[in-house]
Write a protein that binds this ligand. Structure first.
Ligand code: UDP
Length: 246
């Protein structure tokens, strides 16, 4: 997020580096139940991002001192594979992945009925296989589907998409160049049935009006993702029914 570059990110016709219009998101793809040994799983592609999420639980909580007698805790591990970016990413946790794990777990706590499973842990693993900006949103979108696939009671799923600003234009779903050289990046996650915001961050600067526009565009995109998330889960249940009847 430098905001300073000679690179044109939005040209005079309003076209972005990858050919998109200001309000266009990258192509989305969502699949549920992609891993056999996890209780729930999902695979998400958003543009060049490729992300797997796996869920285990509710199960015994380790470390035990984290147990909550009133509800389950959600433990999330967001991890970027060394091969997921063009410069090899140093393996293991870093400040960024610890932050992203925390905000994703907090966003999910708004929808999971944790009070049904006191003293347990619901473990969410997010593996970024290929990254091109927007991985926290794509990871959260995948994690929500994986939780539903695990059959964990939730009041709704969560959908996430970023918006931001580049070359003084408010744009939807920033890619890597726009994230690196643009002026602002605002990841947003909502509970689509109520439009309640469960994750909101901002890197860079925008006016109040630009910010309102960015939020509106991001929420619109979350609703489109929501339809795909529901479709993926429906497809998964149909497959399960077929497996059981054969
Ligand atoms: N990135 C990278 N190496 C890193 C961390 C990030 O190349 O160690 C890239 C990656 O493509 C990522 C993007 O920078 O998607 C933007 O990272 P940011 O921290 O803004 O999070 P994200 O947009 O992925 O949620």
């Amino acid at each position: 997020m430098s905001g300073h570059t000679n690179m044109t990110l939005v040209n005079e016709n309003g076209i972005r580096v990858d050919g998109r219009a200001f309000n266009q998101h990258r192509p989305f793809k969502v699949n549920a139940g992609v891993l056999k040994n996890a209780d729930g799983s999902a695979y998400v592609e958003i543009g060049k991002n490729k992300i797997l999420a796996a869920v285990y639980g509710p199960r015994e909580c380790h470390p035990r001192h984290l147990q909550n007698p009133n509800k389950a805790i959600i433990q999330c591990k967001y991890n970027m594979q060394a091969f997921s970016v063009s410069d090899r990413k140093r393996p293991g946790p870093d400040r960024r992945s610890i932050e992203i794990s925390k905000i994703i777990a907090e966003a999910l706590e708004n929808v999971v009925l944790t009070e049904l499973y006191p003293r347990t842990s619901i473990d969410v693993y997010i593996e970024v296989l290929q990254a091109n900006a927007g991985t926290r949103c794509a990871g959260l979108t995948a994690a929500a589907v994986a939780l539903a696939d695990a059959g964990i009671p939730m009041k709704d799923i969560v959908s996430a998409c970023a918006a931001g600003k580049a070359d003084d234009v408010v744009i939807l779903d920033l890619n890597k160049e726009e994230d690196n050289y643009g002026q602002a990046d605002v990841p947003v996650a909502i509970i689509p049935s109520t439009d309640e915001i469960v994750l909101l961050q901002m890197d860079g600067n925008m006016t109040r009006e630009e910010f309102d526009n960015a939020i509106k565009m991001a929420i619109g995109s979350c609703h489109e993702l929501y339809d795909l998330q529901k479709e993926a889960l429906k497809k998964r249940y149909e497959e399960k029914e077929e497996d059981e009847s054969s």
